[in-house]
Design a protein around this ligand. Sequence first.
Ligand SMILES: *Cc1c(COP(=O)(O)O)cnc(C)c1O
Length: 454
Amino acid sequence: MTAGPKSKRLFESAQEVLVGGVNSPVRAFRAVGGTPLFIQKAKGCRMLDVDGRWYTDFCLSWGPMILGHAHPKVVMAVQKAIREGTTFGAPTEREVQLAQKISEALPSVQQVRFTSSGTEAVMSAIRLARAFTRRNKVVKFIGSYHGHVDQLLVKAGSGAATLGIPDSEGVPDSWAQDTLCLPYNSPKAVEEAFGRWGNEIACVIVEPVAANMGVVVPQAGYLKFLRDMALKHKALLIFDEVVTGFRLAYGGAQTVCGVDPDLTCLGKIIGGGFPVGAYGGRKEIMEKVAPTGPVYQAGTLSGNPVAMAAGIETLTLLKEKDPYPHLARLTTWLANGIRERGLRYGIPLQVNHTASVLTVFFTDRPVVDWESAKSSNTDRFASFFHGLLRQGVYFPPAQFEAAFLSSAHTPYDIERVLQAIDKSLTSVGGRKHPEAKVPSQSKIARPHKVPAGL
Ligand SMILES: *Cc1c(COP(=O)(O)O)cnc(C)c1O
């Protein structure tokens, strides 16, 4: 299909020595079919594959590269750090600097602990919440992803609060039995769960804007409601801001919605393209972590100086340049352009977007939770994806993922991707000769912009 001969050869060799040819499943293109592209290098918003084809990248390593690939200043900061030695297993000034930046940006975070991935950050935050509250149950939302933490690799049966059944083999039922899986955006389900298990629930963990069932924004007041419910029942509220931190705004989703979680998990952007995660929150809670407290958590490469250097430079640039208004304008333009083309070609689709994250769902139902996300026609998504790829546009290779924009994207890139989408939608099954009858902008539904209060 779309991969060139060199990618194909490499993928064959890869499958011999790497499980499924990849080191993270979704990279294998199973959700869209075909052979994954092997990437040689990238610069700004362009990526070059090993067959010498350039792509405009809307995946951005699944979110971290908000400044585009190989930003010269980030590269310089990393080079400087590497020359000074790459790991010491002893404290360094850069860890303090990055922690200060995070704590300044996110007022709810007084103290930080760095890890090497988002998964580790979430795993540790859950452990801490359980220790702090001396309770075991965890509320998560169906279709949310919090890394491959054993107890959270769970979805639920239908209905309200259902006790978890492991989603992955290798996770004993007993490990997941304390995980309560509820539909996103349903206050009623949360009320019922607290009504039944109120004094056993250690924490509620939520992606403040869900990005892993595709982009699903919280309904107005939903996050505030979660805050109130957790407070009332003495449970902790954990925001998994691994995607949204420094993405929705410099201060993350919590600044946009004005809700302070007890604990926050970070990753992706704060590593500037290196493996980093972090969790943080009120001092009174964080103090329970070793060495000041009884909750053990450690990491040989945690706070790695090279990764810290990339993170510091990335956050410094984000603060200085404030690309967020530019990113939001481009993303809104892209979203409206896609909606308009859906109508023009008679293809039912929903575009959920906020800030610089966006998902195109091929369904006529508004997507507000996992149930509605699942109504998407994934075959259509696959044709759409490959149609784009053939024209040099790299979208995330799965329906239930977010596309990302970077400060390196320009109006020209949006213009180009919309042209590519024109062609790609005809391959999805739209009318070949579109009539010029496009509804006026005001008729184009855009129900899923984040309301002012998130
Ligand atoms: C990516 C992601 C994680 C896991 O981070 P890794 O660095 O891949 O372990 C956790 N939570 C959310 C919301 C994510 O998108």
